[in-house]
Design a protein around this ligand. Structure first.
Ligand SMILES: NC(=O)c1ccc[n+]([C@@H]2O[C@H](COP(=O)([O-])OP(=O)(O)OC[C@H]3O[C@@H](n4cnc5c(N)ncnc54)[C@H](OP(=O)(O)O)[C@@H]3O)[C@@H](O)[C@H]2O)c1
Length: 355
């Protein structure tokens, strides 16, 4: 039977990579976002705002996807705001698709905040979750927009009789410009600035993150799991963690990242050294670097998200993720984490996004 994928959030770090993986596997792909993707010419683009139900229904009137991949969110100031807005994104989308009854499966991408709590509750929730994080851990007794999004998918699945999967990546490493959270590109821009200015390439985070075990999710791994789950009958109505499959310590990785850029590495030195204040006044500097090196994106805010890198690397515990749930069903992909960063850096350079 012919399958059409609707990738919601096609210009984002998750959506772009899942679209590529679907295309590589022969799927018809329709992509939805407000801005068009720059680099996916074989994707039919639907420009729509998920917060505008009438416009969304009309934009999707001629689209009858069999599979929907939801890789979108909008950051709000509070978790109450995140819940209101991000639940609405999912509800409006599934309501708009409901009349055609074409959807057989919906995959929702959330993340490890499912286990760690929302940004504003990091470290202040009293008890820290057990690591490695497992899908079987119960929801936290805290408000969380991921729970609200899951509940919207479950309710629509019941109404429209489709199956679902939820995918929970750790920090996603991959190419995206102008998206909300991108630790890999933020560190690449920071390293490039350090090389240009002679500033130390300083690890910004906590002692627990520096010394403890960690893992990350290459965006290509997330994409592979999403496509695997869409093709695997046994993987129905389940949540799956998704990480690279190795663990590392930032004390091991940081010098490797520094070496790639040819800058000296400065490790954790007794206190956190957040990136957001360190890069707050670098906008003119980045414009100048972009001009001198012929780079295509002179706007620092579209390249770097230091607020997120600080939260991620500042966590007061080691964070790593159990992969048993999809492995037991046959998902065996693996990605070396140092190569995730090096591949991203090489792509950023090839696309003239960093010097
Ligand atoms: N990035 C990470 O490191 C990371 C780590 C773990 C979990 N996650 C989770 O993964 C999920 C997906 O996030 P992501 O990082 O892939 O997102 P992202 O890179 O910020 O991309 C968001 C996508 O959604 C689209 N979008 C946003 N608002 C929209 C609206 N109102 N109407 C239509 N399209 C809209 C954006 O395109 P336009 O702006 O063009 O509309 C973009 O394509 C989120 O739940 C996030 O919390 C992300």
């Amino acid at each position: 039977m012919k399958r059409t994928a609707l990738v919601v959030g096609i210009t984002g770090i998750g959506g772009n990579h899942v679209a590529r993986e679907l295309l590589a596997n022969g799927w018809d792909v329709v992509g939805l976002s407000r801005r068009p993707p720059q680099d996916l010419p074989s994707v039919r683009h639907v420009a729509a705002d998920l917060l505008d139900p009438a416009a969304l229904a009309s934009a999707l009137a001629q689209v009858a996807p069999t599979h929907v991949f939801i890789t979108t969110w909008m950051r709000q100031d509070t978790e109450a705001g995140n819940i209101r807005v991000n639940a609405a994104l999912v509800r409006n989308l599934l309501d708009a698709l409901s009349p055609r009854k074409s959807v057989r499966h919906v995959a929702l991408v959330t993340g490890l905040k499912h286990y760690l709590g929302p940004f504003e509750a990091y470290a202040s929730s009293g008890t820290l979750p057990d690591t490695p994080l497992r899908e079987s851990q119960p929801r936290l007794p805290l408000e969380n927009f991921y729970y609200a999004q899951e509940d919207e998918v479950h309710a629509a699945a019941e109404r429209d009789r489709f199956t679902w999967t939820v995918h929970r990546p750790h920090t996603v490493i991959g190419l995206a410009v102008g998206n909300a959270m991108n630790l890999g590109t933020t560190l690449a821009v920071y390293a490039a600035i350090c090389r240009e200015t002679g500033r130390p390439f300083q690890f910004p985070g906590s002692e627990a993150q520096w010394k403890g075990l960690s893992d990350v999710t290459d965006a290509r791994m997330l994409a592979r799991q999403l496509v695997w789950a869409a093709d695997t009958d046994a993987a129905r109505n389940e949540a799956f963690n998704i990480v690279n499959g190795d663990v590392f310590r930032w004390s091991w990785l940081w010098p490797k990242l520094a070496a790639w850029f040819g800058v000296p590495a400065c490790g954790y030195g007794g206190t956190m050294q957040p990136l957001a204040p360190a890069m707050a006044n670098d906008h003119a500097l980045w414009r100048d670097i972009a001009l001198r090196h012929g780079l295509v994106e002179p706007d620092l805010d579209r390249m770097a998200s230091p607020w997120h890198t600080d939260l991620d690397l500042g966590r007061p515990l080691e964070v790593m993720t159990d992969m048993a749930n999809s492995r037991r069903l046959g998902f065996s992909a693996y990605q070396a984490t140092d190569a995730s960063f090096f591949d991203l850096f090489a792509r950023l350079r090839a696309e003239r996004l960093i010097p």
